[in-house]
Design a protein around this ligand. Structure first.
Ligand code: SDX
Length: 456
Protein backbone atom coordinates (compact mmCIF):
# COMPACT_ATOMS: atom_id res chain seq x y z
CA UNK A 1 0.00 0.00 0.00
CA UNK A 2 1.66 3.28 -1.06
CA UNK A 3 2.36 5.60 1.83
CA UNK A 4 0.84 9.11 1.45
CA UNK A 5 4.06 11.10 1.23
CA UNK A 6 6.14 8.50 -0.71
CA UNK A 7 3.77 8.28 -3.69
CA UNK A 8 2.76 11.91 -3.88
CA UNK A 9 -0.58 11.06 -2.30
CA UNK A 10 -0.61 14.09 -0.04
CA UNK A 11 -3.82 15.33 -1.67
CA UNK A 12 -5.50 11.95 -1.46
CA UNK A 13 -5.94 11.99 2.33
CA UNK A 14 -7.92 15.25 2.15
CA UNK A 15 -9.95 14.01 -0.80
CA UNK A 16 -10.80 10.71 0.88
CA UNK A 17 -11.78 12.47 4.07
CA UNK A 18 -13.92 14.87 2.04
CA UNK A 19 -15.67 12.06 0.14
CA UNK A 20 -16.57 9.96 3.17
CA UNK A 21 -18.02 13.04 4.92
CA UNK A 22 -20.39 13.91 2.09
CA UNK A 23 -23.95 12.82 2.85
CA UNK A 24 -26.15 14.27 0.14
CA UNK A 25 -29.32 15.93 1.43
CA UNK A 26 -32.41 15.37 -0.72
CA UNK A 27 -34.58 18.51 -0.99
CA UNK A 28 -38.34 18.08 -0.41
CA UNK A 29 -40.42 19.41 -3.30
CA UNK A 30 -43.30 21.84 -2.84
CA UNK A 31 -45.34 19.36 -4.89
CA UNK A 32 -47.29 16.57 -3.25
CA UNK A 33 -48.34 13.20 -4.68
CA UNK A 34 -51.31 11.16 -3.52
CA UNK A 35 -51.97 7.66 -4.86
CA UNK A 36 -55.47 6.25 -4.65
CA UNK A 37 -55.64 2.43 -4.75
CA UNK A 38 -59.12 1.00 -4.42
CA UNK A 39 -60.27 4.01 -2.48
CA UNK A 40 -57.31 3.96 -0.11
CA UNK A 41 -55.02 6.97 -0.39
CA UNK A 42 -51.25 6.99 -0.02
CA UNK A 43 -49.18 10.16 0.16
CA UNK A 44 -45.81 9.82 -1.60
CA UNK A 45 -42.96 12.17 -0.68
CA UNK A 46 -41.69 14.21 -3.65
CA UNK A 47 -38.07 15.35 -3.89
CA UNK A 48 -36.64 18.09 -6.09
CA UNK A 49 -33.30 17.91 -7.91
CA UNK A 50 -30.85 20.71 -8.64
CA UNK A 51 -32.02 20.33 -12.25
CA UNK A 52 -34.31 17.86 -14.04
CA UNK A 53 -37.63 16.26 -13.06
CA UNK A 54 -38.86 15.81 -9.47
CA UNK A 55 -38.94 12.25 -8.14
CA UNK A 56 -41.68 10.34 -6.31
CA UNK A 57 -40.24 8.46 -3.37
CA UNK A 58 -41.89 5.03 -3.55
CA UNK A 59 -39.66 3.31 -0.98
CA UNK A 60 -42.58 2.80 1.45
CA UNK A 61 -45.15 1.88 -1.21
CA UNK A 62 -44.78 -1.93 -1.03
CA UNK A 63 -44.91 -1.90 2.77
CA UNK A 64 -47.87 0.51 2.92
CA UNK A 65 -49.91 -0.54 -0.13
CA UNK A 66 -48.61 -4.04 -0.96
CA UNK A 67 -47.92 -3.06 -4.58
CA UNK A 68 -44.73 -2.83 -6.70
CA UNK A 69 -44.10 -0.27 -9.42
CA UNK A 70 -43.44 -1.63 -12.93
CA UNK A 71 -40.77 -0.08 -15.18
CA UNK A 72 -38.84 -2.59 -17.40
CA UNK A 73 -35.66 -0.96 -18.69
CA UNK A 74 -35.98 1.70 -15.96
CA UNK A 75 -37.21 4.31 -18.46
CA UNK A 76 -38.72 6.47 -15.69
CA UNK A 77 -36.93 5.27 -12.56
CA UNK A 78 -34.31 7.14 -10.53
CA UNK A 79 -32.19 4.35 -9.04
CA UNK A 80 -30.05 6.65 -6.90
CA UNK A 81 -29.25 10.24 -6.11
CA UNK A 82 -26.04 11.56 -7.61
CA UNK A 83 -23.95 14.72 -7.83
CA UNK A 84 -21.72 13.70 -10.74
CA UNK A 85 -23.43 14.06 -14.15
CA UNK A 86 -26.66 15.67 -15.31
CA UNK A 87 -28.30 15.07 -18.70
CA UNK A 88 -31.22 17.03 -20.16
CA UNK A 89 -32.38 14.86 -23.07
CA UNK A 90 -34.79 17.44 -24.47
CA UNK A 91 -32.33 20.33 -24.60
CA UNK A 92 -29.23 18.25 -25.35
CA UNK A 93 -27.39 19.27 -22.18
CA UNK A 94 -24.63 17.22 -20.49
CA UNK A 95 -22.98 18.56 -17.32
CA UNK A 96 -20.13 17.02 -15.33
CA UNK A 97 -20.27 18.46 -11.78
CA UNK A 98 -22.12 21.40 -13.40
CA UNK A 99 -19.65 22.08 -16.22
CA UNK A 100 -21.04 21.72 -19.82
CA UNK A 101 -19.39 18.97 -21.86
CA UNK A 102 -18.63 21.25 -24.82
CA UNK A 103 -16.66 23.63 -22.56
CA UNK A 104 -14.77 20.72 -20.98
CA UNK A 105 -14.01 19.21 -24.40
CA UNK A 106 -12.68 22.53 -25.67
CA UNK A 107 -10.86 23.91 -22.60
CA UNK A 108 -9.99 20.95 -20.37
CA UNK A 109 -8.35 17.55 -20.89
CA UNK A 110 -9.13 13.98 -19.89
CA UNK A 111 -7.14 13.73 -16.64
CA UNK A 112 -8.44 17.09 -15.44
CA UNK A 113 -12.01 15.96 -16.22
CA UNK A 114 -11.19 12.68 -14.44
CA UNK A 115 -10.17 14.64 -11.32
CA UNK A 116 -13.43 16.63 -11.58
CA UNK A 117 -15.52 13.44 -11.82
CA UNK A 118 -13.65 11.69 -9.00
CA UNK A 119 -13.35 14.54 -6.49
CA UNK A 120 -16.12 16.98 -7.41
CA UNK A 121 -14.18 20.14 -8.26
CA UNK A 122 -11.73 21.31 -10.93
CA UNK A 123 -8.23 20.93 -9.47
CA UNK A 124 -5.74 23.69 -8.73
CA UNK A 125 -2.50 23.45 -10.71
CA UNK A 126 -0.85 21.76 -7.70
CA UNK A 127 -3.71 19.30 -7.19
CA UNK A 128 -3.68 18.42 -10.90
CA UNK A 129 0.08 17.85 -10.83
CA UNK A 130 -0.31 15.59 -7.77
CA UNK A 131 -3.14 13.63 -9.42
CA UNK A 132 -1.33 13.23 -12.74
CA UNK A 133 1.73 12.11 -10.82
CA UNK A 134 -0.26 9.46 -8.95
CA UNK A 135 -1.78 8.17 -12.20
CA UNK A 136 1.57 8.16 -14.01
CA UNK A 137 3.16 6.01 -11.29
CA UNK A 138 0.51 3.31 -11.70
CA UNK A 139 0.39 2.75 -15.46
CA UNK A 140 2.42 -0.48 -15.43
CA UNK A 141 0.78 -3.89 -14.91
CA UNK A 142 2.01 -6.63 -12.59
CA UNK A 143 4.43 -8.47 -14.92
CA UNK A 144 2.78 -11.83 -14.23
CA UNK A 145 -0.41 -10.48 -15.85
CA UNK A 146 1.32 -10.87 -19.21
CA UNK A 147 0.49 -14.58 -18.85
CA UNK A 148 -3.22 -13.73 -18.91
CA UNK A 149 -2.94 -12.07 -22.30
CA UNK A 150 -1.01 -15.03 -23.66
CA UNK A 151 -3.80 -17.38 -22.61
CA UNK A 152 -6.20 -15.92 -25.18
CA UNK A 153 -6.48 -16.99 -28.81
CA UNK A 154 -4.92 -14.44 -31.13
CA UNK A 155 -8.27 -13.75 -32.74
CA UNK A 156 -9.93 -12.96 -29.40
CA UNK A 157 -11.86 -9.66 -29.53
CA UNK A 158 -9.96 -7.03 -27.47
CA UNK A 159 -13.10 -6.55 -25.36
CA UNK A 160 -13.01 -10.24 -24.40
CA UNK A 161 -9.41 -9.75 -23.29
CA UNK A 162 -10.25 -6.57 -21.35
CA UNK A 163 -13.12 -8.20 -19.47
CA UNK A 164 -10.83 -11.08 -18.49
CA UNK A 165 -7.75 -9.07 -17.57
CA UNK A 166 -9.60 -6.39 -15.58
CA UNK A 167 -11.48 -9.06 -13.63
CA UNK A 168 -8.15 -10.81 -13.01
CA UNK A 169 -6.79 -7.65 -11.35
CA UNK A 170 -8.76 -8.86 -8.30
CA UNK A 171 -6.19 -11.68 -8.12
CA UNK A 172 -3.19 -9.35 -8.19
CA UNK A 173 -3.98 -6.18 -6.27
CA UNK A 174 -5.19 -7.63 -2.97
CA UNK A 175 -4.17 -4.49 -1.07
CA UNK A 176 -6.94 -2.45 -2.78
CA UNK A 177 -9.95 -4.77 -2.75
CA UNK A 178 -11.47 -3.95 0.66
CA UNK A 179 -14.26 -1.55 -0.32
CA UNK A 180 -14.94 -0.60 3.32
CA UNK A 181 -11.52 1.09 3.51
CA UNK A 182 -11.57 4.59 1.88
CA UNK A 183 -7.81 4.43 1.42
CA UNK A 184 -8.03 1.12 -0.51
CA UNK A 185 -10.89 2.57 -2.58
CA UNK A 186 -8.64 5.48 -3.54
CA UNK A 187 -5.73 3.18 -4.46
CA UNK A 188 -8.02 0.94 -6.57
CA UNK A 189 -9.46 4.03 -8.30
CA UNK A 190 -6.05 5.34 -9.30
CA UNK A 191 -4.85 1.88 -10.35
CA UNK A 192 -7.85 1.38 -12.65
CA UNK A 193 -7.68 4.83 -14.27
CA UNK A 194 -3.92 4.43 -14.72
CA UNK A 195 -3.82 0.85 -15.99
CA UNK A 196 -6.73 0.79 -18.43
CA UNK A 197 -4.73 2.37 -21.30
CA UNK A 198 -2.02 -0.27 -20.82
CA UNK A 199 -4.59 -3.08 -20.73
CA UNK A 200 -6.43 -1.77 -23.82
CA UNK A 201 -3.18 -1.22 -25.73
CA UNK A 202 -1.84 -4.67 -24.81
CA UNK A 203 -5.14 -6.28 -25.80
CA UNK A 204 -4.67 -4.60 -29.19
CA UNK A 205 -1.01 -5.58 -29.51
CA UNK A 206 -1.78 -9.18 -28.59
CA UNK A 207 -4.65 -9.21 -31.13
CA UNK A 208 -2.34 -8.10 -33.96
CA UNK A 209 0.63 -10.23 -32.90
CA UNK A 210 2.98 -7.38 -32.01
CA UNK A 211 5.10 -7.12 -28.82
CA UNK A 212 3.74 -5.24 -25.82
CA UNK A 213 4.96 -1.66 -25.47
CA UNK A 214 5.45 -0.42 -21.90
CA UNK A 215 4.07 2.94 -20.75
CA UNK A 216 6.40 5.93 -20.49
CA UNK A 217 6.28 8.42 -17.59
CA UNK A 218 7.29 11.36 -19.78
CA UNK A 219 4.15 11.20 -21.96
CA UNK A 220 0.67 12.53 -21.26
CA UNK A 221 -2.19 10.07 -20.87
CA UNK A 222 -3.46 10.09 -24.48
CA UNK A 223 0.03 10.14 -26.02
CA UNK A 224 1.11 7.24 -23.80
CA UNK A 225 -1.87 5.22 -25.00
CA UNK A 226 -1.25 5.98 -28.68
CA UNK A 227 2.43 5.07 -28.33
CA UNK A 228 1.59 1.78 -26.58
CA UNK A 229 -0.80 0.99 -29.46
CA UNK A 230 1.21 2.04 -32.49
CA UNK A 231 4.92 2.03 -31.70
CA UNK A 232 7.08 -1.01 -32.53
CA UNK A 233 10.57 -1.86 -31.23
CA UNK A 234 12.00 -1.62 -34.74
CA UNK A 235 11.79 2.15 -34.98
CA UNK A 236 11.26 5.37 -33.04
CA UNK A 237 7.64 6.54 -32.68
CA UNK A 238 6.73 10.20 -32.43
CA UNK A 239 3.21 10.95 -31.23
CA UNK A 240 1.37 13.23 -33.68
CA UNK A 241 0.01 16.12 -31.53
CA UNK A 242 -3.13 16.27 -33.68
CA UNK A 243 -3.74 12.62 -32.88
CA UNK A 244 -3.11 12.93 -29.15
CA UNK A 245 -5.40 15.98 -28.89
CA UNK A 246 -8.14 14.13 -30.81
CA UNK A 247 -7.62 11.02 -28.67
CA UNK A 248 -7.80 13.04 -25.46
CA UNK A 249 -11.00 14.72 -26.63
CA UNK A 250 -12.61 11.35 -27.44
CA UNK A 251 -11.71 10.11 -23.95
CA UNK A 252 -13.20 13.26 -22.40
CA UNK A 253 -16.45 12.88 -24.38
CA UNK A 254 -16.90 9.29 -23.18
CA UNK A 255 -15.88 9.74 -19.52
CA UNK A 256 -19.27 9.55 -17.80
CA UNK A 257 -22.93 9.62 -18.69
CA UNK A 258 -25.25 9.41 -15.66
CA UNK A 259 -26.93 6.03 -14.96
CA UNK A 260 -26.45 4.33 -18.36
CA UNK A 261 -26.57 0.53 -18.64
CA UNK A 262 -22.90 -0.17 -17.87
CA UNK A 263 -22.76 2.35 -15.01
CA UNK A 264 -25.90 0.83 -13.54
CA UNK A 265 -24.23 -2.58 -13.88
CA UNK A 266 -21.20 -1.35 -11.95
CA UNK A 267 -23.43 0.15 -9.24
CA UNK A 268 -25.52 -3.02 -8.91
CA UNK A 269 -22.47 -5.29 -8.80
CA UNK A 270 -20.79 -2.99 -6.27
CA UNK A 271 -23.87 -2.87 -4.03
CA UNK A 272 -23.09 -6.42 -2.89
CA UNK A 273 -19.66 -5.28 -1.68
CA UNK A 274 -17.80 -6.98 -4.54
CA UNK A 275 -14.28 -5.70 -5.18
CA UNK A 276 -13.85 -2.79 -7.62
CA UNK A 277 -11.92 -4.77 -10.25
CA UNK A 278 -14.67 -7.39 -10.55
CA UNK A 279 -17.32 -4.64 -10.74
CA UNK A 280 -15.51 -2.71 -13.48
CA UNK A 281 -15.14 -5.97 -15.42
CA UNK A 282 -18.94 -6.31 -15.20
CA UNK A 283 -19.29 -2.78 -16.57
CA UNK A 284 -16.98 -3.62 -19.49
CA UNK A 285 -19.06 -6.70 -20.28
CA UNK A 286 -22.27 -4.64 -20.36
CA UNK A 287 -20.72 -1.85 -22.44
CA UNK A 288 -19.74 -4.38 -25.14
CA UNK A 289 -23.33 -4.80 -26.33
CA UNK A 290 -24.16 -3.21 -29.74
CA UNK A 291 -27.08 -1.32 -28.19
CA UNK A 292 -24.58 0.40 -25.87
CA UNK A 293 -20.84 0.91 -26.25
CA UNK A 294 -20.55 -1.68 -29.01
CA UNK A 295 -22.45 0.71 -31.28
CA UNK A 296 -19.32 2.64 -32.27
CA UNK A 297 -17.85 -0.46 -33.91
CA UNK A 298 -21.23 -1.43 -35.43
CA UNK A 299 -21.76 2.13 -36.72
CA UNK A 300 -18.50 2.34 -38.69
CA UNK A 301 -19.10 -1.15 -40.07
CA UNK A 302 -22.59 -0.02 -41.13
CA UNK A 303 -21.24 3.15 -42.79
CA UNK A 304 -18.70 1.03 -44.68
CA UNK A 305 -21.43 -1.45 -45.70
CA UNK A 306 -23.52 1.44 -47.04
CA UNK A 307 -20.37 2.48 -48.90
CA UNK A 308 -21.81 5.33 -50.97
CA UNK A 309 -24.48 8.00 -50.56
CA UNK A 310 -26.68 6.48 -53.29
CA UNK A 311 -27.22 3.38 -51.09
CA UNK A 312 -28.39 5.37 -48.06
CA UNK A 313 -32.16 5.24 -48.90
CA UNK A 314 -31.99 1.42 -48.95
CA UNK A 315 -30.60 1.36 -45.41
CA UNK A 316 -32.99 3.99 -44.11
CA UNK A 317 -35.87 1.87 -45.44
CA UNK A 318 -34.44 -1.19 -43.67
CA UNK A 319 -34.12 0.77 -40.40
CA UNK A 320 -37.82 1.68 -40.65
CA UNK A 321 -38.95 -1.85 -41.52
CA UNK A 322 -40.34 -3.51 -38.38
CA UNK A 323 -39.69 -6.93 -39.93
CA UNK A 324 -36.01 -6.12 -40.34
CA UNK A 325 -33.90 -6.21 -37.15
CA UNK A 326 -31.52 -3.66 -38.71
CA UNK A 327 -31.25 -0.35 -36.88
CA UNK A 328 -29.21 2.72 -37.78
CA UNK A 329 -26.23 2.29 -35.47
CA UNK A 330 -25.11 5.49 -33.80
CA UNK A 331 -28.68 6.78 -33.97
CA UNK A 332 -31.23 7.17 -31.17
CA UNK A 333 -30.82 7.36 -27.44
CA UNK A 334 -32.83 6.48 -24.35
CA UNK A 335 -32.36 9.95 -22.89
CA UNK A 336 -31.46 12.35 -25.72
CA UNK A 337 -34.57 13.22 -27.71
CA UNK A 338 -32.65 15.99 -29.41
CA UNK A 339 -28.97 16.26 -30.34
CA UNK A 340 -26.46 14.35 -28.19
CA UNK A 341 -24.11 17.24 -27.31
CA UNK A 342 -21.18 14.84 -27.52
CA UNK A 343 -22.08 13.98 -31.13
CA UNK A 344 -21.91 17.66 -32.04
CA UNK A 345 -18.41 18.05 -30.56
CA UNK A 346 -17.36 14.72 -32.09
CA UNK A 347 -18.52 15.87 -35.53
CA UNK A 348 -16.48 19.08 -35.21
CA UNK A 349 -13.49 17.01 -34.13
CA UNK A 350 -13.95 14.63 -37.07
CA UNK A 351 -13.99 17.56 -39.51
CA UNK A 352 -10.88 19.03 -37.81
CA UNK A 353 -8.85 15.81 -37.70
CA UNK A 354 -9.71 14.70 -41.24
CA UNK A 355 -9.07 18.24 -42.52
CA UNK A 356 -5.66 18.40 -40.81
CA UNK A 357 -4.86 14.98 -42.27
CA UNK A 358 -5.96 16.13 -45.70
CA UNK A 359 -8.68 13.44 -45.98
CA UNK A 360 -11.73 15.66 -45.56
CA UNK A 361 -13.25 13.93 -48.60
CA UNK A 362 -13.19 10.70 -46.57
CA UNK A 363 -16.02 8.64 -48.16
CA UNK A 364 -17.16 7.28 -44.81
CA UNK A 365 -17.55 10.80 -43.43
CA UNK A 366 -19.46 11.81 -46.57
CA UNK A 367 -21.82 8.86 -46.10
CA UNK A 368 -22.24 9.70 -42.38
CA UNK A 369 -23.08 13.34 -43.03
CA UNK A 370 -25.56 12.53 -45.85
CA UNK A 371 -27.13 9.74 -43.76
CA UNK A 372 -27.59 12.14 -40.86
CA UNK A 373 -29.14 14.74 -43.18
CA UNK A 374 -31.58 12.30 -44.85
CA UNK A 375 -32.55 10.58 -41.58
CA UNK A 376 -33.26 13.87 -39.82
CA UNK A 377 -35.54 14.86 -42.72
CA UNK A 378 -37.45 11.56 -42.52
CA UNK A 379 -40.73 11.55 -40.52
CA UNK A 380 -39.91 8.12 -39.02
CA UNK A 381 -36.82 9.50 -37.27
CA UNK A 382 -38.29 12.94 -36.62
CA UNK A 383 -41.46 11.52 -35.04
CA UNK A 384 -39.40 9.23 -32.78
CA UNK A 385 -36.90 12.02 -32.02
CA UNK A 386 -33.97 9.88 -33.16
CA UNK A 387 -30.72 11.82 -33.54
CA UNK A 388 -27.05 10.88 -33.93
CA UNK A 389 -25.53 9.84 -30.61
CA UNK A 390 -21.96 9.79 -29.31
CA UNK A 391 -21.17 6.69 -31.40
CA UNK A 392 -22.14 8.12 -34.78
CA UNK A 393 -18.96 10.09 -35.52
CA UNK A 394 -16.46 8.68 -33.03
CA UNK A 395 -15.59 5.71 -35.25
CA UNK A 396 -14.63 8.00 -38.12
CA UNK A 397 -12.03 9.72 -35.96
CA UNK A 398 -10.73 6.47 -34.46
CA UNK A 399 -10.43 5.02 -37.96
CA UNK A 400 -8.46 8.11 -39.06
CA UNK A 401 -6.16 7.64 -36.03
CA UNK A 402 -5.39 4.14 -37.31
CA UNK A 403 -7.51 1.96 -35.00
CA UNK A 404 -9.34 -1.10 -36.33
CA UNK A 405 -13.07 -1.21 -35.49
CA UNK A 406 -12.39 -3.93 -32.88
CA UNK A 407 -10.59 -1.29 -30.76
CA UNK A 408 -13.47 1.22 -30.74
CA UNK A 409 -15.35 -0.23 -27.78
CA UNK A 410 -12.17 -0.92 -25.75
CA UNK A 411 -11.39 2.79 -26.10
CA UNK A 412 -14.91 3.60 -24.91
CA UNK A 413 -14.32 1.30 -21.91
CA UNK A 414 -10.94 2.91 -21.22
CA UNK A 415 -12.58 6.36 -21.11
CA UNK A 416 -15.67 5.30 -19.17
CA UNK A 417 -13.63 3.63 -16.41
CA UNK A 418 -13.24 6.96 -14.59
CA UNK A 419 -17.01 7.48 -14.80
CA UNK A 420 -17.72 4.01 -13.49
CA UNK A 421 -15.21 4.53 -10.66
CA UNK A 422 -16.63 7.95 -9.75
CA UNK A 423 -20.17 6.56 -9.58
CA UNK A 424 -18.90 3.56 -7.58
CA UNK A 425 -17.08 5.77 -5.05
CA UNK A 426 -20.16 7.96 -4.68
CA UNK A 427 -22.40 4.96 -4.07
CA UNK A 428 -20.09 3.19 -1.61
CA UNK A 429 -19.62 6.40 0.41
CA UNK A 430 -23.39 7.01 0.56
CA UNK A 431 -24.76 6.18 4.04
CA UNK A 432 -28.08 5.24 2.38
CA UNK A 433 -26.40 2.61 0.16
CA UNK A 434 -27.95 -0.88 0.27
CA UNK A 435 -27.75 -3.93 -1.95
CA UNK A 436 -29.72 -3.51 -5.18
CA UNK A 437 -32.54 -6.05 -5.41
CA UNK A 438 -35.36 -5.22 -7.89
CA UNK A 439 -38.67 -7.13 -7.71
CA UNK A 440 -40.90 -8.33 -10.59
CA UNK A 441 -44.40 -8.77 -11.99
CA UNK A 442 -44.69 -12.57 -11.76
CA UNK A 443 -46.85 -14.01 -14.56
CA UNK A 444 -45.76 -17.66 -14.35
CA UNK A 445 -47.66 -20.68 -12.95
CA UNK A 446 -49.45 -20.47 -9.64
CA UNK A 447 -48.42 -23.05 -7.03
CA UNK A 448 -48.93 -26.66 -8.24
CA UNK A 449 -47.95 -30.13 -6.96
CA UNK A 450 -45.09 -32.22 -8.33
CA UNK A 451 -46.12 -34.87 -10.88
CA UNK A 452 -44.21 -38.19 -11.00
CA UNK A 453 -42.64 -38.98 -14.32
CA UNK A 454 -44.92 -42.00 -14.72
CA UNK A 455 -47.94 -39.72 -14.63
CA UNK A 456 -46.69 -37.03 -17.06
C1 SDX B 1 -24.76 4.59 -25.85
O1 SDX B 1 -27.57 5.39 -21.91
C2 SDX B 1 -26.53 6.02 -22.27
O2 SDX B 1 -26.24 7.10 -21.79
C3 SDX B 1 -25.67 5.32 -23.28
C4 SDX B 1 -24.50 6.11 -23.85
C5 SDX B 1 -23.44 6.37 -22.81
O3 SDX B 1 -22.66 7.31 -22.99
O4 SDX B 1 -23.33 5.55 -21.84
O5 SDX B 1 -24.94 7.32 -24.38
C6 SDX B 1 -23.81 5.31 -24.96
O6 SDX B 1 -25.07 3.46 -25.60
C7 SDX B 1 -25.37 5.34 -27.01
C8 SDX B 1 -26.41 4.48 -27.81
C9 SDX B 1 -25.62 3.59 -28.78
N1 SDX B 1 -26.51 2.60 -29.41
C10 SDX B 1 -26.82 2.71 -30.72
O7 SDX B 1 -26.48 3.65 -31.45
C11 SDX B 1 -27.63 1.54 -31.24
C12 SDX B 1 -28.79 2.03 -32.10
N2 SDX B 1 -29.77 2.70 -31.22
C13 SDX B 1 -30.87 1.93 -30.74
O8 SDX B 1 -30.62 0.59 -30.50
C14 SDX B 1 -31.68 2.67 -29.66
O9 SDX B 1 -31.87 3.95 -30.11
C15 SDX B 1 -31.16 2.72 -28.23
C16 SDX B 1 -30.87 1.36 -27.70
C17 SDX B 1 -29.95 3.56 -28.16
C18 SDX B 1 -32.25 3.36 -27.37
O10 SDX B 1 -33.35 2.49 -27.40
P1 SDX B 1 -34.66 2.81 -26.53
O11 SDX B 1 -34.53 4.07 -25.76
O12 SDX B 1 -35.01 1.58 -25.79
O13 SDX B 1 -35.70 3.17 -27.64
P2 SDX B 1 -36.63 2.09 -28.33
O14 SDX B 1 -35.82 0.89 -28.68
O15 SDX B 1 -37.84 1.94 -27.49
O16 SDX B 1 -36.96 2.86 -29.70
C19 SDX B 1 -38.08 3.73 -29.78
C20 SDX B 1 -38.53 3.64 -31.25
C21 SDX B 1 -38.79 2.19 -31.71
O17 SDX B 1 -39.70 2.27 -32.77
P3 SDX B 1 -41.32 1.99 -32.42
O18 SDX B 1 -41.39 0.69 -31.65
O19 SDX B 1 -41.73 3.20 -31.58
O20 SDX B 1 -41.98 1.95 -33.76
O21 SDX B 1 -37.47 4.13 -32.10
C22 SDX B 1 -37.01 3.08 -32.93
C23 SDX B 1 -37.45 1.78 -32.30
O22 SDX B 1 -37.60 0.76 -33.29
N3 SDX B 1 -35.54 3.19 -32.97
C24 SDX B 1 -34.81 3.05 -34.07
C25 SDX B 1 -33.49 3.29 -33.66
N4 SDX B 1 -33.46 3.56 -32.35
C26 SDX B 1 -34.74 3.49 -31.93
N5 SDX B 1 -35.14 2.72 -35.36
C27 SDX B 1 -34.10 2.65 -36.24
N6 SDX B 1 -32.80 2.88 -35.91
C28 SDX B 1 -32.46 3.21 -34.64
N7 SDX B 1 -31.17 3.42 -34.32
Amino acid sequence: MPHPDRWGWADAERLIDNETRVARDMKKSSKSARLNIDGKEFDLPVFSPTCGPDVLDIRSLYGDADVFTYDPGFTATAACNSTITFIDGNDGILLHRGYPIDQLAEKSHFLEVSYLLLYGELPSAEQLEDFEGRVTLHTMLHEQMVNFFRGFRRDAHPMAIMVGVVGAMSAFYHDSTDVTDPWQREVASIRLVAKMPTIAAWAFKYHIGQPFVYPRNDLDYASNFLRMCFSVPAEEYEVNPIFSRAMDRILTLHADHEQNASTSTVRLASSSGANPFACIAAGIACLWGPAHGGANQACLEMLREIGSVDRIPEFIDRAKDKDDPFRLMGFGHRVYKSFDPRARVMKQSADEVLGLLGIEDNPTLQVAMELEKLALEDPYFKDRRLYPNVDFYSGIILDALGFPTSMFTPIFALARTVGWISQWKEMIADPQMKIGRPRQLYVGHGMRDYVDVESR
